[in-house]
Design a protein around this ligand. Structure first.
Ligand code: HEC
Ligand code: HEC
Length: 273
């Protein structure tokens, strides 16, 4: 937004574009540190336990998780997948301003945002052992990424923002490409040993309507590059958008705090509040 205003005001468009291009090319590649770099001793144990908490969240933190998901149901492969909101490099970009919160937030607050929304659960205490272990893992993953730099592949790669979603077509895409794993009713496939083999995408065990994944364009960007699992990039932008509009708007838990989101404006067009 800022760049648009600047460009209009001062004819500085070219300069802004050059700056953006430079910022882009300066983005460090997403490199995951070698396993052997996890140190011995208490810090190494914290890193290992942090990874376990993020991949077995439901089982290990039942008081904080209110649905059938683990953090890595969306942050794929332990948060090491580009364009699936990787955690590589995020240690050095928080605290960060977020328009949804309308303020600068810490990495702890960001983690808790996902506990309360994506996991439909409860925040961890900032000074809890679990929070420190989670941060330790994210810090280790960010080894070598310069402070303040976002890696290439941070977040999700957007789909064409000008497209209009067609949920009726999305329902057909869902039946053809998603239902085999996520279930005809979005309920997922339960693991007889507890939890889910394939996670739910709507219903009581899914993320709530205040989650980033409940936004059509955010979900479309995730789906386009990561789903069907193992076939990321196979859907067109239009198919990804249509199926995202369809499944995000099926019944799901409600997030009570969402009317307080974007307190200073900048609410995106696909926001649910
Ligand atoms: C249902 C999918 C989903 C689950 C499950 C989930 N997240 Fe997220 N997470 C997202 C989305 C979507 C974003 C980006 C939201 C946005 O900025 O629009 C995100 C962003 C983040 C970020 C910030 C990344 C960045 O580059 O700024 C962190 C940190 C994070 N999540 C941690 C967690 C943790 C910890 C858990 C488990 C407690 C978790 N997430 C569970 C979907 C999920
Ligand atoms: C081959 C099975 C498979 C297919 C087909 C598939 N997914 Fe997934 N999907 C998964 C698995 C497994 C995960 C969780 C990954 C993990 O835990 O490592 C996942 C995660 C997700 C998530 C984030 C977690 C959640 O449950 O909210 C969404 C959203 C999602 N898939 C949507 C889709 C959509 C839309 C399609 C169809 C275009 C699709 N998937 C097709 C297996 C599949």
């Amino acid at each position: 937004m800022m760049t648009t205003k600047l460009a209009l005001a001062g004819g500085a468009l070219a300069a802004c574009m050059a700056w953006n291009a430079a910022a882009q090319s300066a983005a460090p590649a997403m490199a995951v540190p070698a396993e052997a770099t996890i140190p011995a001793g208490p810090k190494g144990l914290a890193i290992q336990n942090g990874r376990k908490l993020l991949t077995q969240t439901r089982q290990m933190l039942p008081k904080n998780v209110g649905n059938g998901l683990n953090c890595t149901s969306c942050h794929l492969a332990g948060g090491t997948t580009a364009n699936a909101s990787p955690w590589v490099g995020i240690w050095g970009v928080f605290p960060e301003y977020r328009s949804r919160s309308g303020k600068v937030i810490s990495l702890q607050e960001r983690v808790n945002d996902c506990f309360e929304r994506s996991m439909n659960g409860k925040a961890l205490a900032y000074d809890s052992a679990a929070m420190n272990d989670i941060l330790s893992y994210m810090q280790w993953l960010s080894t070598g990424v310069p402070t303040g730099s976002s890696v290439k592949g941070r977040g999700f790669a957007a789909v064409d923002q000008k497209l209009k979603a067609d949920p009726a077509h999305g329902k057909q895409v869902y039946a053809a490409k998603c239902a085999s794993c996520h279930g005809a009713q979005g309920q997922g496939v339960a693991n007889p040993a507890g939890g889910f083999l394939f996670p739910p995408v709507w219903g009581k065990d899914s993320f709530n309507d205040g989650a980033g994944m409940a936004r059509t364009f955010t979900a479309a960007a995730f789906v386009k590059h990561n789903m069907p699992l193992g076939q990321g990039g196979s859907l067109s932008d239009q198919d990804a958008l249509d199926v995202a509009e369809y499944f995000t708007h099926q019944p799901r838990p409600l997030y009570r705090g969402k009317s307080k989101d974007w307190p200073s404006g900048g609410k995106p067009k696909d926001a649910r509040s």
